[in-house]
Design a protein around this ligand. Structure first.
Ligand code: HAM
Length: 425
């Protein structure tokens, strides 16, 4: 009988572990530079901790079980609720703000696919008892600082505010469960489901149209100008817009330069109340979100004590995947591909590519005796910047044609000057 791993779980061998350790160490260093202290909470908790305010989607995905004494327990699907519990059990009297960080595995019964697992790791933090919007600005700066230190190049930071959508819904008398359900559908990007739900709860047409236009709004500060005129006299929404504007001013001081305001962020967990943010790596495809966070009121919900908290968690597995992908792009692909136009020019092509390699230019050459069309399509697949076309007629003049793969432009270059030319380019 062969026993296999449970679906949605992975084994990690040494190479993978080495990379994960490296990323973990870098994140620890940066979190500690911002004054955070590491904590650890149990892998399983009382089921109620997660059913109270985690949101319909997460509750459906919880791994729960009864222990031998009939207690209802759950494997943690995330770490914010456990940290709020830890605060209430252990740290109530500590001077605020309190800065905690964690690294640990989480469990969600999801449909497994690339980047979506049933056991995955989160590296995150919670800042409790600091004021808005400076708390959010520092927390966002920490997330961005980590990505910079790890050398991640392509990522997009999106920032929104749940007070805007929730304010409009509240004003229209849509509260509690129907409101949470709307936020859940927006988070999933389920527009059809959203329209149907709005119809089912008989939402006013103007509210429905307003909601549908707001969730598509993305961009710079100008988004907020337009929004202000749209929400009219809805006080909570206007206050939230002002919150966002103040945050944007502060981001500059915290050296966060690139971001997108995105009013369609709803977050999949129901405990958020204020500023929220997500970070995406588009090349990861469907599971591109590597980080999510924002301001929430879980402690108030559990105990009545009003402590503003803000935090975020990196999806550690997705972060490592994005970094590995980037390394492959850097190491795997040559910068230049040398393409013999006909078989007779192959020896010259080999001599040229060896010359480029000796000069330290990462280069590749056709070794499969393919026709030019196929060679070019292979070079395109490798994502090279330039193709050196070695043709018989050009060779007679001591020249080759260099094709820029991005712009499509071609230039005749003397073979003696090719290294100089490619280095300059
Ligand atoms: P979340 O967005 O549900 O937020 O999860 C945080 C990150 O965990 C996601 O951005 C994603 O990268 C990763 N993640 C989620 N589910 C999976 C999965 N099935 N497989 C792989 N990665 C996954 C939270 O959990 C909040 N507690 C974050 C937070 C902290 N908010 C405030 N403080």
């Amino acid at each position: 009988m062969e026993i296999t791993r449970p679906r949605g779980t992975r084994d990690f061998l040494f190479k993978e572990m080495k990379k994960r350790k490296e990323v973990e160490e870098t994140l620890k260093k940066i979190f500690e530079t911002y004054g955070y202290h590491e904590i650890k909470t149990p892998i399983f908790e009382d089921l109620k901790l997660f059913t109270l305010k985690s949101g319909e989607e997460i509750v459906k995905q919880i791994y729960h079980f009864k222990d031998k004494a009939n207690r209802e327990l759950a494997l943690r699907p995330e770490l914010t609720a456990p940290v709020a519990r830890l605060y209430l059990n252990e740290m109530r009297k500590h001077p605020k703000p309190i800065k905690l960080y964690y690294y640990g595995s989480c469990f969600r019964y999801e449909r497994p696919q690339a980047g979506r697992f049933r056991q995955f790791w989160q590296f995150g933090c919670e800042l409790m008892g600091a004021e808005s919007p400076q708390a959010e600005a520092e927390v966002i700066a920490l997330a961005v600082h980590c990505l910079r230190e790890l050398g991640l190049k392509e990522y997009k930071l999106h920032i929104g505010h749940l007070g805007i959508l929730r304010g409009i819904l509240e004003d229209a008398g849509i509260k509690g469960e129907p409101q949470d359900r709307i936020m859940g559908l927006i988070d999933k990007g389920d527009l059809e489901g959203l329209k149907l739900h709005l119809e089912n709860i008989k939402a006013d047409k103007t509210v429905k149209n307003l909601l549908l236009s707001i969730i598509g709004m993305k961009g710079g500060l100008e988004v907020l100008e337009n929004l202000e005129s749209m929400v009219g006299s809805c006080e909570p929404a206007l206050e939230s817009i002002e919150d966002l504007r103040r945050l944007v001013m502060l981001l500059d001081d915290f050296k966060v330069e690139k971001y997108n305001l995105d009013l369609g962020i709803a977050r999949g967990l129901d405990y958020y109340t204020g500023i929220v943010f997500e970070i995406y790596v588009p090349s990861l495809g469907a599971q591109k979100q590597i980080c999510g966070g924002g301001t929430y009121n879980l402690i108030e919900l559990f105990s009545g004590e009003k402590i503003q908290s803000t935090g975020f968690a990196f999806g550690f597995d997705r972060l490592v995947a994005a970094l590995k992908r980037q390394e492959n792009e850097i190491f795997q692909f040559a910068k230049v591909f040398v393409a013999p136009v006909s078989d007779s020019t192959r020896p010259s092509a080999y001599r040229i590519v060896q010359g480029l390699r000796e000069a330290g230019i990462p280069s590749d050459v056709d070794l499969s005796s393919r026709k030019l069309r196929k060679i070019l399509s292979y070079a395109d697949h490798l994502n090279v910047e330039k193709v050196v076309l070695v043709g018989e007629r050009d060779l007679k003049d001591g020249k080759v044609t260099v094709k820029d793969m991005k712009t499509g432009t071609q230039e005749l270059v003397e073979i003696d000057k090719i290294i100089e030319y490619l280095k300059e380019e």
